[in-house]
Design a protein around this ligand. Sequence first.
Ligand code: ADP
Length: 587
Amino acid sequence: MHSLRWAWSYIRTYRTRLIMGLTLALVVSALNMINPYLAGKIVDKVIYGHQDNLLWKFLIVMIGFTFIRTVVRYGYQMMFEKLAQNVIYKMRKDLYDQLHRLDFSFYDQTKTGDLMARMTGDLEAVRHFTAWSIYMIFENAMLLVFGLGFMFYIHPPLALALLAVAPFIGFFAYRLTFAVRPTFTEIRNQFARLNSVVQENISGNRVVKAFAKEDYEIEKLNVENEAFKEKNLLSARVWEKYLPILDSLAGFLTVVMILIGGIMVIKGSLTFGELVTFNSLIWTLSNPMRMAGWLINDVQRFIASAEKVEDLLKTKSNITNNGKTVKLEEFKGVVEFERVHFSYGDKPVLKDISFKAKPGQTIGIIGPTGAGKSTLVNLLSRFYDATHGEVKIDGVNVKEWDLYKLRQEMAMVMQDIFLFSDTIEGNIAYGNPNATLGLVQAAAKMAEAHHFILELQDGYDTIVGERGVGLSGGQRQRIALARAILKNPSILILDDTTSSVDMETELKIQNTLKSTQQNKTCFIIAHRISSVKEADFILVMDHGRIIEKGKHEELLKKKGYYFTVYQNQFGNFDQKLLGQDVILVGA
Ligand code: ADP
């Protein structure tokens, strides 16, 4: 019922179409009574009454109504299909909007394959229910009502005798409903798992090949595929047990009718024509009974899928645009961390982080892998919110900023670079789609990408493959950097952006950024000292804490962690050989 109520929130927009469709289905169900009625009349009036002239009239009326019924049925079937397509269109759109609203922690915990299952298989189950099951249930129910009504009208005792089968049908239909529901939920969940394996294998096909793990991955899929098959068979075993029972009970109706009806005809309480009408009407009872099993399956399949779709639509994002959003006309880019702590779940990652950066300053962040560098900058764009303490921009807690304004004013080149399968120009202009080619090229020049782009087959019109396949790591980094520069943000965050770029090119990029991004606050996360050495100040992080802070020269004088890293990168190999700790830095 709950799923139906939820589906109704979508269907009700098209309730006029729904009511029209159901009305037409009602008409068709009523029209179904005409042929059995006329069949009885033909027997009584034409065969036994010898009124031969009536035969043609009856036949023409029968053909006429059959034609009308077919046309009307086609009409409402199309109505329901259209209704279902509109409903699914809206649901898909809502799901897609919701996927964009959900935050990083949701994506951390959810498999892409599961989301794809909701966007495809689950929506299809909802479509099937809306386009087909609704009117089939209604049509069959009405057929039953009209058929029974008509039978009671002709001969109540015989109708009552047939109705005696109904409680048995009801009993088995009820049992089927509850037995089959969990099996459809299982099938649906297994489908999501199967999808995840396929999706991961497509995305990670290069890794699979590089490690020659094809057999392992095929076996992994076989396991899920086998489980999917088994769960379908298990479900089939459940409903296959009930369908023959329902079918036999439906068939039993004919036996009851012939037996009791025959006796009544012999005794003269029923005409032969009426028995023929009963015989023709019997399918109005047996058909709904036979269909009951299939329709119950459809409804249960719908419920299993609708719950998943609804769950996703109702998932709340932890990162929301709070009511008290601040709308400052001019975003300056003063960044302040005040005693900030952050945990992923219950795993503390940032501890007591405090610093202040002003517009025009470049802040270098350095430290071993897992120190919390990326997490720190993620708090700026509110990919996650601080667990304690305050992250402020221009003196205002980031939670109070309009989320979209905040993100518009920032550009981040992430470690894991994602390029869309689009032209290079399209990729660079992603954050600023109205930019002219001139501006795109200027950004590419600043990112030292212009020359290699010109050397590509179609220059800026070259289509890069999914995720930027076809470009080297350093080329992808430079395109991502150009994309960030073109956005002209107040705060620029470069997370290990030039790690795959040679030192000479990196130096050129740094010089350009220095001269062109003067009024911006720029964060550079790096593992090369050369990348951060010119920064206004450098934060050295380890185990979620800032362990050293200052300019390059100041940090060297401290002879602490930074100094050791410097030595490791710029020489003094003697000390290394003498056994001093070699600290590997990475981002
Ligand atoms: P760095 O950028 O310095 O390499 P990160 O900020 O990426 O470090 O990670 C800091 C710590 O947080 C690591 O221990 C890492 O395993 C953990 N971590 C990073 N991202 C997540 C996440 N999405 N969920 C849970 N833990 C995470």
